[in-house]
Design a binder for this molecule. Structure first.
Ligand code: PLP
Length: 816
């Protein structure tokens, strides 16, 4: 292409200042005399955006000119967090912008607090997608995100009288300066109808999907700047729009109101994100959302491919599609449909192309989270895809039968169709069969995939399943979120760590340097003070910044065991009360996380935390040594505030249930010590930082499996531990809920009568004993800081740059 590139916007403070005032006037439309700090935030966002665009255009042109292989990351969720500070840092403009806004008389931190974060995800899965696209851009890889532009993202959580209350997050209310609407990039997505079979001119049978209804998918583009500002990739989010013809039908009948109502209904498709994490609830709208974004993304990917190529056999050389969990697994059937029906490829060729193009990342082994869709839903909404899935299944099971004749039970287990009860399509099986590569997100999770849910598949195609341990972007989670620590590190070892996190190793010897330890501890203190201020402002609870900040922030879920944390808090409370004059290490227990709105138990545990907090914080015998705070509305911005201030990171899921976790990585990288189980990436963090620098405890995944096989007598375990029995008795009899003594009965019952599925009673003694070791170490501030430094120094492996490089080499076949 020879058209000129846009002029480079200037990066110096004077130019930025000019740009700020220009945008305030010409883009926001405000007189500086009356402008609010939100107006100035918008002006700053537009000024920064100007400075992204030339690199964005340049990046896209170079991909086109070099005909590079592109990676398409398909994800229902992208939990990207605020963009302003991150983009400034990645473009190297942070200081210049700060100076420019401050010279105009505005507080920079206040400006950025006006940005509403796009909460287009539930938790870990969406946040991983965000870290991976940051790393792809930083590594200069041609990586494109595809997702949904939900009008309402994750709900906002309020806490009222201790209960979670949800309210819709209208994040687009004030407009979104980071997106570009592309009214011209719009594709039809079809649902319903029927399949007709016909013979073509050469007498071959073909299928055509007809009489379907249509929704349009319109693109919105969000630039994704890599660190250093050279590469700016693209995140394309789809919004549902009604088709014109659709409305016309009613309109022509003279029913204008009906036509507008109809328009609303089709636009409902991208209205709201499903707020459940690690559970798959079979709702038709969700099914439609999944196909909607897969179908639009594939049309876009194929249109781009066809600009420069006509032979689909070359598709896998130019396109890698990564499916983030099974939500986009329909891509396998959709790509087949396009190749078979629209381009008349024969089955074998189409299948070879599809499998070579697709990769699948598994995120969970929990049975309740494995997606299956009823066959009748497919019949009604995607009849052609159902045909294709049946044929994929038939051919696949033939291969299996050929290899292992007569194994009926094996065929039943491996089938893409679950024939028990109402017939359902197993989306994970579709994804595994339709991909050339399947990966887990931590070593232990990958091993468990191979030995449990995908054991038959691993035996059938050894080597297809591999591990790509998750990572986090050091830009957002250290450089930006923890400026005091980042500055200290850079002063000592230079700033290479920002893109080569393993360079943090150079900090290890400094653990023995008393002066460095003091400066490291000072950075932690600064972060704790900032956090304490916010806690006092938002919750009215004063906290002691010398106390140990004990942090558990993540989605509320029984498998993550926030309840085990509560059992420790109450145990501690009882111990202090029983012995008020004995020394107890002061602790501030900080908890945050959202519960799925329909998840009764998670919401009740959240209420319990708040009720316990009420009692503990107001008891004069304990309040100076134990505080409990529940920080509402845990999201990326709150995470950026809390994590740098943590001393202790709680990662206490039942072994074998947390696929990887990334919260564990963020906290360790910010100098918190981990108390955790042998689960997910905790195991690999331990390999890196050393068992002596962590507090690991409890049953291993193998032991958990054995206990589940043999049965667990929780009543006996509780009876054998008088402290635990007392804690449960207090919770169950209304000690923390005098206004409703039986409120927490279901929680206690789940442990006593319900079999204690997550084995809290099994891990409780080890957990309490390990918490005692935590206290002992905290008393020795020097020893604690030494270990915290070694944690930071040895976290290099957990950069998402490493994760992306592995995907690039081993799955996508793209190099940087
Ligand atoms: C990192 C992160 C998560 C994931 O936390 P885990 O402890 O790994 O479950 C969830 N939500 C937000 C906002 C995050 O930043």
């Amino acid at each position: 292409m020879d058209s000129p590139l846009p002029a480079e916007a200037a990066f110096d403070v004077a130019a930025i200042k000019q740009s700020l005032t220009d945008h305030l006037l010409y883009s926001v439309g405000k007189d500086p005399l009356f402008a609010t700090s939100r107006d100035w935030y918008l002006a700053a966002a537009f000024s920064l955006r100007d400075r992204l665009i030339s690199a964005w255009v340049r990046t896209m042109r170079s991909y086109y000119d070099n005909d590079v292989k592109r990676v398409y990351y398909l994800s229902m969720e992208f939990l990207v967090g605020r963009a302003l500070t991150n983009s400034m840092i990645n473009l190297g403009l942070y200081d210049a912008f700060r100076e420019a806004t401050e010279s105009l008389g505005y507080d920079f931190d206040e400006l950025q607090s006006w940005e509403v974060e796009p909460a287009l995800g539930n938790g870990g899965l969406g946040r991983l997608a965000a870290c991976l696209i940051d790393s792809m851009a930083t590594l200069g890889l041609p990586g494109f995100g595809y997702g949904i532009r939900y009008e309402f993202g994750m709900f906002t959580q309020h806490v009222e009288r201790g209960w979670q209350v949800e309210s819709p997050e209208n994040w687009l209310r004030y407009g979104n300066p980071w997106e570009f609407q592309r009214p011209g990039v719009i594709y039809p997505v079809r649902f319903g109808g029927r399949v007709v079979r016909y013979r073509d001119g050469e007498g071959r049978w073909n299928s055509q999907w007809v009489d379907s209804e249509e929704v349009m998918a319109m693109a919105y583009d969000v630039p994704v700047p890599g660190f250093g500002g050279k590469t700016v990739n693209n995140l394309r989010l789809w919004a549902a729009k009604s088709t014109r013809e659709f409305n016309l039908k009613y309109f022509n009948q003279g029913n204008y109101i009906e036509s507008v109502r109809d328009k609303n209904e089709s636009e409902n498709l991208s209205k709201v994100l499903y707020p459940s994490d690690s559970t798959a609830r079979g709702k038709e709208l969700r099914f439609r959302q999944e196909y909607f974004f897969v179908c639009a993304s594939l049309q876009d990917i194929i249109a781009r491919f066809r600009k420069t190529h006509s032979n689909f056999d070359l598709l896998p050389d130019h396109v890698a599609i990564q499916m983030n969990d099974t939500h986009p697994a329909m891509a396998v059937a959709e790509l087949m449909r396009v190749l078979l029906d629209d381009h008349h490829y024969d089955w074998e060729r189409a299948w070879t192309i599809t499998v070579k193009t697709c990769g699948y990342t598994n995120h969970t082994l929990l049975p309740e989270a494995l997606e299956t869709w009823p066959v009748d839903l497919f019949e009604r909404l995607l009849p052609r895809h159902l045909d294709i899935i049946y044929e994929i299944n038939q051919r696949f099971l033939n291969d299996v039968r050929h290899r292992w004749p007569g194994e009926m039970d094996l065929l039943r287990r491996m089938s893409l169709v679950d024939e028990d009860g109402t017939r359902r399509i197993r989306m994970a099986h579709l994804a595994v069969v339709g991909s050339h590569s399947v990966n887990g997100v931590a070593e232990i999770h990958t091993d468990l995939m191979k030995s449990t849910i995908f054991a038959d598949f691993d035996r059938f195609q050894p080597g297809k399943i591999s591990c790509k341990t998750n990572g986090i972007t050091p830009r957002r989670w250290l450089l930006s979120a923890n400026r005091p620590l980042a500055a200290l590190i850079t002063e000592e070892i230079g700033d290479g760590w920002v893109t080569r996190l393993e360079e943090l190793q150079a900090l290890a010897p400094l653990a023995e340097d008393a002066e460095f330890r003091e400066r490291f501890a000072q950075a932690k203190r600064t972060n704790k003070q900032r956090l304490a201020q916010v806690i006092e402002q938002r919750l009215g609870v004063p906290v002691d910044t010398d106390s140990l900040f004990d942090v558990m922030v993540k989605r509320m879920h029984e498998y993550k065991r926030q309840l085990l944390n509560v059992l420790h808090v109450v145990t501690r409370y009882n111990r202090i009360r029983a012995n008020p004059t004995a020394f107890a290490v002061p602790r501030t227990v900080i908890v945050g996380g959202k519960a799925a709105p329909g998840y009764f138990m998670a919401k009740l545990i959240l209420k319990l935390i708040n009720d316990v907090a009420d009692v503990v914080n107001n008891d004069p015998l304990t309040s100076s040594r134990l505080k409990v705070v529940f920080v509402p509305n845990y999201n990326v911005s709150t995470a950026e505030l809390i994590i740098p201030g943590a001393n202790l990171s709680q990662q206490i899921s039942t072994a074998g249930t947390e696929a990887s976790g990334t919260g564990n990585m963020k906290l360790a990288l910010n100098g918190a010590l981990t108390i955790g189980t042998w689960d997910g990436a905790n195991v690999e963090i331990c390999e890196e930082v050393g068992e002596e620098n962590m507090f690991l405890f409890g049953l291993t995944a193998q032991e958990v499996a054995r206990v589940h096989r043999d049965g667990w007598d929780s009543a006996a375990a509780i009876a054998a531990n008088p402290e635990l029995a007392q804690v449960l008795d207090m919770i169950g009899s209304g000690y923390f809920s005098p206004d409703q003594p039986d409120r927490f009965r279901p929680i206690v019952d789940s442990l006593t009568l319900g079999g204690d599925h997550y084995l809290l009673s099994a891990d409780y003694p080890a957990y309490i004993a390990t918490q005692e070791r935590v206290d002992q170490l905290y008393v020795d501030a020097d020893a604690w800081t030494r270990k915290a430094i070694l944690n930071v120094a040895r976290m290099g492996k957990f950069s998402s740059d490493r994760t992306v490089a592995e995907y690039g080499e081993e799955i996508w076949n793209v190099g940087s």
